[in-house]
Design a protein around this ligand. Structure first.
Ligand code: ATP
Ligand code: LTN
Length: 336
């Protein structure tokens, strides 16, 4: 980060390269990253080591990680402003994770909602990585002395654990880690499935109609919004007992920058078909430039690799300092 002013606080966040980058990931995480990248020294990782907690096909995994990296850039993350890299290219993540494991209790990990959900979903593969997932995430964050972590609402529990581990370590030794704060937006921190508006939109949902990707073609986006599950009324209103319509209103508002109130005023009595058409179009328009830039970037793998390499080198220079400090504090012998 040598070109960046050192007095700006640090932001860290990441997405694991599984499934597709959805409009939920975009609204809940990436759109906030874009807003914050001018005011912070930002570091954005492709959390490929986290993705290993679920079995991956090697060739597909490799391709998907590169595709996600291109999508980060296509969304507007700028390598001149932010560090953008693959987690697995900086070995300090796993090194710190091991050390932090020794300051984390098993009970804390078995309590995690995501662990419980994922173990239920992948009963044939409840591996140690799945249990340890939050510690690796804590290592990601603490390694860079991160002040702020912009994520969706579902990551709140993992953030709390990262803070607990940091405080615990700082209390046993002396202040070593910055204790990070979460940045969870008031609106859009939880986008719901288009097929089941009471459950979170997930990037690995097997039902292709439940989510749209940020690089999906226009026809497919329109089709999914037209089919989105709503209710049997006809009025467009933001209400707890209308989760489908409320979710579409949130999406529309996030895509256009208009307030929900303003949208309700326009569409209240226009009927669901007209409303859904308008929501779909707002998504198509917002994502069109991203898809075009993505297609361009995917034809220039050399460039993508050069950005990844530079990102990893910059990240490692910061990570190395934290690891050296941690090792010194806990009394590991330094090789001089
Ligand atoms: P999976 O379903 O495969 O576990 P996911 O959809 O939860 O994945 P993650 O990689 O876990 O995606 O999340 C990446 C980022 O996107 C996180 O900051 C997460 O909080 C945010 N996010 C994920 N889903 C949503 C959603 N439906 N609404 C808002 N933010 C979301
Ligand atoms: N676990 C996160 C992805 C992630 C992350 C991080 C987010 C991995 N490392 C560090 C913020 C900070 C998820 O969204 N599933």
């Amino acid at each position: 980060m040598e070109n960046q002013p050192i007095n700006k606080p640090i932001i860290y966040s990441g997405i694991q390269p599984t499934g597709i980058i959805t409009i939920g990931n975009y609204i809940g995480a990436i759109s906030n990253w874009l807003k914050l990248q001018d005011d912070y020294n930002s570091i954005y990782g492709i959390a490929d080591l986290h993705a290993l907690t679920v079995r991956q096909n090697p060739a597909e995994f490799r391709a998907r990680a590169m595709s996600f990296f291109a999508q980060y850039l296509a969304c507007g993350l700028d390598p001149a402003k932010s560090i953008i890299y693959f987690q697995s290219h900086v070995k300090e993540h796993t090194e710190l994770a091991w050390i932090l494991n020794c300051y984390t209790y098993i009970g804390e990990m078995t309590r995690m909602t995501q662990f419980k959900d994922k173990s239920a979903k992948h009963q044939d593969n409840i591996n140690m990585g799945l249990l340890d997932y939050p510690v690796l995430m804590a290592a990601d964050i603490l390694l860079y002395q991160t002040a702020l972590v912009p994520v969706g609402a579902d990551q709140k529990q993992h953030l709390e654990i990262a803070r607990d581990i940091a405080n615990r370590f700082n209390n046993i030794y002396s202040p070593t880690f910055v204790v990070p704060e979460g940045y969870i937006a008031k609106q859009g921190a939880k986008i719901y499935s288009l097929q089941d508006p009471t459950s979170k939109m997930s990037k690995s949902d097997p039902d292709a109609n439940a989510a749209v990707s940020i690089i999906e073609d226009a026809d497919s986006i329109m089709r999914k919004f037209k089919r989105a599950v709503t209710d049997c009324e006809t009025v467009v209103e933001y209400r707890e007992d209308k989760p489908g319509v409320s979710n579409l209103l949130t999406i529309f508002s996030e895509m256009t920058g208009r307030t929900i109130e303003d949208i309700v005023n326009e569409y209240h009595d226009k009927g669901y078909a007209t409303f859904k058409q308008a929501v779909g179009e707002s998504v198509v328009e917002r994502f069109r430039p991203i898809r075009e830039e993505y297609n361009r970037l995917m034809n220039d793998k050399g460039y993508l690799m050069s950005v990844a390499k530079e990102g990893a080198e910059k990240a490692q220079r910061i990570a190395y300092k934290t690891i050296a400090k941690v090792k010194r504090k806990i009394g590991l012998t330094e090789l001089k």
